[in-house]
Design a protein around this ligand. Structure first.
Ligand code: MOS
Length: 726
């Protein structure tokens, strides 16, 4: 089906099984925690060779030679692959285009350039270390590495009215420069692939988010037909954007397996994952906000500078939610990309809002301070009636409810902030809040659902579950629609032999492929109704039986009953602004002598349409809030300014929050249905949890200590430097 109008009546609401929305545990959870769920590198494959990637030890230039002979003479070494297809992968989002990175041309320090293949991993690693490469590298002073000094290209520009005039005429205004650091996805499972070639079909077990798209990328890279490729990603140990596109280990393992006619496994080292998989761009943002004397926005300016390699299409979409979140007639939104030679910038959890929303929400806090308006009230006052430029209506939007319910649950003390109101020994204590917003994405998806004579049902799609709960929620949707206990529904994912799903990315997975399962089940219900002589509206299915006691299996005539559901986003996309919303409230303590910040408690209230599983949804929100803590306080990629190489490329030096950094996180899920968002009235949720949360912590640091830090992450040195003298 194509969605052209809001799905006001959703069949899910009339179902009798009562399993949808329930806080069921993840169906693959036991297999994962007991170590029996195989990840990409863990399949036992006979006769498998091991490959280790070699990366460029220079920033920009040309490889002139690789001394393969010396390497091949080493113990166990079978091949040195420097095939031009290896590095010439399509960049993110450009699978249809020619590859951006040219073979033998190196454009960032650490770029993969060769694969050494040996009988054992140790032999391959040793040989890779000793591989001699000659190259002609450009002088470092000729290579742009600093976004502030590099050439820029404009990526997005919206102008309406006269912002400068609005700033001039404003009763209250803020003009601030905020920076955010680059981030790594830091998924637990490193990028890995095992490729097998049987002479006609290439089978690759890999760790990927988007099989439906990755198969096209791999076919392009290898100049092969898609029907000769099978990709399998049954379990993925986190993606967060880093596995949206295929990367070098998958392409290299495939080339090697075909060339050597033996299976080849390639696993990136943790350092390689950090150094050659997508980074989130650092950003420099200017926020200009102007209000009248009541605190109503009259001007809204958000400009950002991000960076990427020359020729790469992706630009961190910093302004994505600024576009529609708040009022302000006079507007400037501008995004520029600086061309620098650091590793490729791409999607990292909530691309855009993850860094744009914290900057905006710090500026809103400054405006609240400046105008003497309560921060929650300032947001409530500036929720626009319709899109501030296009005039488009919003689909369901629970921002106000989230702000109110979150404030209530947290115990928010309304009123302007008065920093340094509370001290406990050497710690200042304070609170802060911020809004959350994240665009709702949805994409085409297919899924097959089959009813079996043994009373079970099977859901099949090449959709992935990257730790989000996809196995579980797809099972719940099918169980609800078909009137089966959840355990009677088997869900098979992560194999391109199944119908093409939506892939996991941009938080679109649940609503996209969930809708495909819903469509398939609607088809099955139609057939069952016909066979039973009951109209669809009157078809009540529960625990495998119809209302009159007839067993569903009796209607199958001894065979399978199968239906493929196909969901496509329709024109409705242009008719509404669809997004998920929320609000965060945080309490922190800030050490007055060291500037150290501890998050003491945090509440998030979110509205994201229908809740498909209360437990997995809550877990997604909490995950986002953990990311918020990292973005606020510790996470930053550090590049050597001389050659652009990533310095902190492991989990010891790139500081994600650990258990001790995360307090109990309270999550409120505000009841909502969004008929314009998807046929199942659900929206994206995975990324929403981190779209602004870092600002609640930043604003709490200000309320606690009086330090208005303008640079994320707010490390102790920065907090201390911004702290006013006592
Ligand atoms: Mo997401 S950063 O689109 O996996």
């Amino acid at each position: 089906m194509e969605q052209d109008k809001p799905a006001r009546d959703c069949d899910l609401d009339g179902m009798k099984q009562g399993v949808l929305g329930k806080p069921l545990s993840r169906s693959e959870g036991l297999a994962k925690v007991t170590g029996t769920a195989p990840y990409a590198a863990e399949y036992h494959v006979d006769n498998c060779l091991e490959g280790v990637l070699v990366t460029a030890p220079f920033t920009r230039g040309t490889i002139t030679g690789i001394d393969k002979d010396a390497c091949l003479a080493m113990d166990g070494v079978v091949a040195v692959i420097d095939d031009s297809r290896m590095t010439a992968r399509p960049a993110q989002g450009t699978a249809d285009e020619a590859p951006v990175q040219q073979p033998q041309q190196v454009c960032y320090w650490g770029q993969p350039i060769a694969l050494v293949v040996a009988e054992t991993f140790e032999q391959a690693r040793d040989a890779a270390k000793h591989l001699k490469i000659t190259f002609e590298a450009d002088e470092l002073d000729e290579i742009p590495l600093d976004p502030q000094e590099a050439e820029t290209e404009n990526n997005q520009s919206t102008r309406q009215g006269d912002l400068a005039q609005a700033m001039n005429d404003a009763s209250h205004s803020v003009d601030g420069r905020i920076t955010t650091a680059g981030h790594a996805s830091a998924a637990m499972e490193p990028h890995a692939a095992i490729a097998q070639w049987d002479g006609s079909t290439l089978t690759v077990h890999a760790s990927l988010q988007m099989l439906n798209y990755n198969i096209s990328e791999l076919a392009d890279s290898l100049d092969m037909e898609e029907e000769n490729i099978r990709l399998v990603s049954r379990y993925v140990g986190g993606g967060f954007g880093s596995k949206l596109g295929i990367s070098e280990e998958t392409v290299a393992a495939s080339i090697a397996a075909i060339a050597l006619e033996r299976p080849v496994r390639v696993v990136m080292s943790r350092q390689q994952v950090f150094q050659c998989i997508m980074r989130r761009s650092e950003t420099t943002q200017r926020l200009r906000l102007a209000t009248d004397d009541k605190g109503d926005l009259t001007g809204f300016g958000h400009q950002a500078l991000v960076s990427n390699l020359p020729g790469e299409e992706f630009a961190e979409p910093v302004l994505q939610s600024s576009d529609f979140l708040y009022a302000g007639e006079n507007r400037v939104l501008e995004l520029d990309v600086a061309r620098i030679h650091q590793m490729t910038a791409g999607s990292v959890r909530a691309p855009g809002e993850a860094v744009g929303m914290p900057a905006l929400e710090v500026a809103m806090d400054m405006l609240a301070q400046e105008s003497g308006v309560d921060p929650v009230e300032l947001r409530l006052r500036n929720i626009p009636e319709s899109h501030p430029v296009e005039g488009t209506p919003y689909s369901s939007r629970k921002l106000a409810e989230c702000l109110k319910q979150g404030a209530e649950a947290f115990g928010w003390e309304a009123g302007p902030r008065k920093p340094r109101h509370t001290r406990d020994g050497e710690w200042w204590i304070g609170t802060g809040m911020a809004s959350a917003a994240r665009v709702h994405n949805i994409s085409e998806a297919k899924a097959r659902v089959t009813l079996k004579p043994d009373g079970t049902a099977m859901v099949e799609t090449d959709m992935t579950d990257i730790g989000t709960g996809t196995y579980t929620i797809l099972g719940q949707i099918a169980a609800e629609m078909l009137g089966l206990p959840r355990e009677k529904v088997l869900v098979e994912l992560g194999d391109t032999q199944f119908p093409r799903g939506s892939g996991s990315g941009g938080s679109w997975g649940a609503s996209s492929v969930g809708s495909a399962v819903y469509v398939a089940c609607t088809g099955l219900r139609k057939t069952l109704g016909e066979r039973a002589g009951v109209s669809e509206d009157e078809l009540r299915l529960k625990d495998g039986k119809l209302a009159d006691g007839t067993s569903v299996t009796d209607l199958l005539n001894g065979g399978d009953l199968s239906e493929e559901g196909h969901y496509e986003p329709g024109d409705i996309d242009d008719d509404f602004v669809a997004a998920g919303y929320g609000a965060y409230f945080a309490q922190v303590r800030v050490n007055r002598f060291t500037g150290e910040t501890r998050v003491e408690r945090m509440t998030g209230a979110f509205g994201f349409g229908r809740v498909l599983n209360e437990k997995t949804a809550r877990s997604q929100c909490q995950g986002g809030m953990v990311w918020s803590i990292g973005a606020a306080l510790t996470e930053a990629l550090h590049f050597d300014p001389r050659d652009g190489h990533l310095v902190n490329c492991d989990l010891a030096e790139y500081h994600v929050p650990v258990n001790r950094d995360v307090p109990d996180l309270e999550v409120i899920m505000v009841e909502e249905r969004d008929p314009a968002a998807s046929p199942i009235q659900a929206k994206g949720i995975g990324e929403l949890g981190m779209c602004g949360g870092a600002a609640a912590i930043a604003n709490a640091i200000f309320d606690a200590s009086g330090a208005r830090v303008m640079d994320f992450p707010m490390t102790p040195d920065r907090v201390l430097a911004a702290m006013p003298a006592s």
